[in-house]
Design a protein around this ligand. Structure first.
Ligand code: SF4
Length: 291
């Protein structure tokens, strides 16, 4: 992302802003699957065995309770999530989780450097049956787009691995565990329900990425962040970027259109920036879903 547009990278990685999208259902499904996986791995962390029927019963009850509490329940949504998570526990977890120890679930990784906090949340950190340390990210979707090459190159995992190395001095493998969020009744050939893709980075790779991060940090300190206007067409931060460029207050836009660390309770949601703010919000709304 840094190479595409430094400003976009800054919004995403430094300000940690995540666009609120209209296609919330897909995102909600992913979030819900994530939540249930955290629930599942917390059981394993407590000493339960992989696939223990008590865990499955608990998750089934939990989903039933959530469904009952939902104001306007989407039964298909809950059925899909339930199928994905239960199938994962019964068929995939026994393959990929045998012998894992020292589990950390949704672990907050944070490293302070030169007045800045570099941080992120790793879904699962553990030692495999051979004692190797691994940092895992859960991903879900209706199509597997992950493979070995992707995991080797994806910046998010390199970032987690680097943070872990800076904090502990230990070199971890990084990986993506994929779950199909709507497992078909009769999967076509080539449709993958689950997958695990792992990359082994060396200490040199983490050191090199850390140097890269500190270089970015130095450039940010000296206000040298560059915009690449050739990459704006599908940019999720278009409204924010334009407001910043024109000198409008972007705080209201952040609260309205992004999830992030800013204080959502701040009552100052009214536009203090005039027409430009409203215009930018509309443009944002038109563009939601493009990126
Ligand atoms: S709108 Fe364009 S310049 Fe601004 S952050 Fe996005 S890609 Fe970069």
């Amino acid at each position: 992302m840094w190479n595409e547009c430094e400003q976009r990278w800054y919004y995403s990685y430094v300000e940690e802003l995540k666009p609120i999208r209209k296609r919330v259902l897909a995102l909600e499904k992913g979030n819900y699957i994530h939540e249930l996986l955290h629930y599942y791995y917390s059981f394993l962390r407590s000493g339960y065995s992989i696939g223990d029927h008590i865990i499955i019963d608990s998750i089934t009850s939990r989903i039933a309770a959530d469904l009952q509490e939902a104001e306007d329940p989407d039964y298909a949504f809950y059925a899909d999530v339930s199928k994905t998570v239960i199938e994962f526990i019964k068929t995939q977890s026994p393959i990929i989780d045998q012998g894992i120890t020292d589990l950390e679930v949704e672990s907050h990784l944070e490293y302070e450097y030169d007045g800045r906090s570099f941080h992120g949340y790793a879904d699962l950190i553990y030692r495999d049956s051979e004692g190797r340390l691994r940092v895992r990210d859960h991903k879900s979707g209706q199509r597997n787009t992950y493979d070995q090459r992707f995991v080797e190159r994806v910046e998010q995992l390199l970032f987690y691995g680097t943070l872990y190395w800076k904090i502990t001095g230990e070199v971890a493998q990084v990986e993506i565990s994929f779950l199909h969020s709507k497992i078909p009744k009769n999967p076509k050939p080539g449709v993958v329900s689950f997958g695990l893709f792992t990359a082994s980075h060396t200490e040199t790779a983490y050191e090199s990425y850390w140097n890269y991060l500190t270089q970015i940090h130095e450039r940010q300190k000296s206000s040298q962040i560059m915009r690449n206007y050739g990459a704006c067409n599908y940019c999720a931060y278009y409204d924010l970027c334009r407001a910043d460029l024109r000198g409008y207050s972007s705080e209201n836009i952040k609260r309205a259109n992004y999830n992030g660390p800013m204080d959502k309770q701040d009552p100052g949601r009214t536009d203090t920036s005039g027409k430009g703010f409203t215009l930018n919000l509309r443009r944002r709304a038109d563009r939601v879903g493009d990126s």
